[in-house]
Design a protein around this ligand. Structure first.
Ligand code: PHE
Length: 446
């Protein structure tokens, strides 16, 4: 018996859930730290180029495959190419989704610790420079980060068990606008800081002499990570879209809002980094040390801090829900597993790896391969390798193998719009070549 696939209820629901997937720790935690390590302005320019030339076309490709097949990443490829090997792309996506969930939950767990500390007065907002040691002590305790990682994954599980529509849609609708307003308030505050101009010039004055292949691949990885593309998240979500949804509009709005939030976060962080005399290249701890210091300068610091970390926690949840949906849709559609079982399986695997990722900042910090901790490896391999690789295959498939009419029909209801032609052009030529060249330059071939 064929079951009707659940659909998102409203137009706002579609935008809110795709934006909810895209906007998360990737924008507020990862973007500032990657941009900080990548030299600021030049990183931003490359990032914007990747978003426009590769990111938006790949979102469109995922939307088209997902909505027209109404299947998960694995099933979508098998639907269009039943005899080919294309559905193996699905395994890349599923592997990436579980690896991301594992390390993402650690950072989402940090937001829970910071909510807890803000509420109970554990964050000392009177000593503006104690936040570095506070973060270190927290990670060094080992059990606390592990506990929060597990708790976060349980929250994720609770929402996933309720199904797609109710849980995600309602929460995103309320939360995203509040987060946005709060970011603007903090932005205005940061712009009034003593050395704000240094922070802005770091972010907006590109110094291309600092660009290395590592910076370019970092910017590309960040773009894929932030847009939730290359692993079938957008594809799976699109399989729940109604036929009436305008995919062009959804893709553009998602990319624009996602980029805006990342830039807002950077405009909050960098003026503060320079005003507090800190280094922008501190890595994953950056935002968790700088934000409390920013809040400590505001009246009612604990309230701002609580509110902000709650929103960041919720933004993380809407993202983890979307990435979990990749493997859950695969297990329920293809392996005929019950949703309950699939959700638990996904959670248990992520918990297992999540513990190692959480301990990478504590007792496992000396366990490194190529100078990277377990956490760093999960982060690096997914963003910089698996997602762009998935994106490469998706763009080649949609650009070269998928019937042009299907692409046109889904994306623009059969009209031959300029947008559709541009997207197809990029999927055929620009996106695959660019990703390939960036890969080659990273491994030193170019
Ligand atoms: N885009 C999300 C963020 O920026 C992370 C994410 C990656 C979500 C991959 C789903 C899939 O936080």
């Amino acid at each position: 018996m064929k079951q009707k696939r659940s659909e998102f209820a409203t137009k706002l629901g579609v935008i809110a859930t795709t934006v909810g997937s895209a906007v998360g720790l990737g924008n507020i935690w990862r973007f500032p730290y990657e941009a900080g390590e990548g030299g600021g302005g030049a990183f931003l320019v490359i990032y914007l180029l990747v978003i426009t030339l590769i990111g938006v076309p790949v979102i469109c490709a995922e939307f088209v495959l997902g909505r027209s097949s109404r299947r998960n990443i694995f099933g979508a490829f098998r639907h269009f190419s039943p005899n080919g090997k294309w559905h193996y792309v699905g395994y890349v996506g599923i592997l990436a989704s579980i690896m991301i969930l594992s390390f993402y939950s650690v950072v989402a767990g940090w937001t829970m610790e910071y909510i807890y500390q803000s509420v109970t007065g554990g964050l000392d907002f009177n000593s503006a420079d104690g936040f570095h040691s506070q973060f270190g002590d927290f990670c060094g305790s080992n059990w606390r980060p592990v506990l929060w990682t597990v708790l976060f994954l349980l929250c994720n599980l609770l929402i996933l068990r309720r199904g797609v529509q109710k849980g995600v849609e309602k929460m995103s609708n309320i939360m995203m606008p509040i987060l946005f307003v709060l970011l603007i308030v903090f932005c205005v505050n940061s712009l009034t800081m003593d050395r704000a101009s240094e922070g802005l010039s770091f972010l907006f004055n590109p110094d291309f002499s600092k660009v290395t292949p590592g910076v370019v691949i970092g910017a590309m990885g960040q773009a894929f990570f932030s847009l939730s593309i290359g692993l079938g998240t957008m594809m799976t979500y699109a399989s729940y879209f109604s036929r009436k949804t305008d995919l062009r509009r959804s893709a553009s709005v998602t990319a624009i809002l996602d980029t805006l939030v990342a830039i807002l976060a950077a405009v909050i962080i960098f003026p503060a980094v320079f005003s507090f005399g800190q280094s922008p290249a501190q890595g994953p701890a950056l935002v968790f040390e700088i934000l409390p210091a920013i809040f400590s300068q505001l009246p009612g610091a604990a309230i701002w801090s609580t509110l902000f970390f709650i929103l960041l926690f919720l933004a993380s949840l809407t993202s983890t829900i979307s990435m979990s949906e990749v493997s859950i849709a695969f297990l329920t559609d293809e392996k005929k597993m019950s949703r309950e079982k699939a959700t638990w399986l996904n959670t248990m695997i992520a918990m297992f790896f999540g513990v190692f990722c959480a301990l990478s900042f504590g007792c496992l910090s000396d366990y490194t391969i190529f100078g990277m901790t377990i956490f760093d490896i999960f982060d690096y391999v997914t963003s910089n390798i698996l997602l762009p690789f998935g994106g490469l295959l998706i763009s080649i498939y949609v650009g070269w193998f998928l019937d042009k009419r299907i692409f046109r029909h889904e994306l623009a209801n059969g009209n031959s719009s300029l947008f559709t032609s541009l997207m197809r052009f990029s999927l055929r030529y620009i996106a695959p070549t660019a990703i390939f060249v960036i890969f080659l330059s990273q491994i030193g071939v170019l």
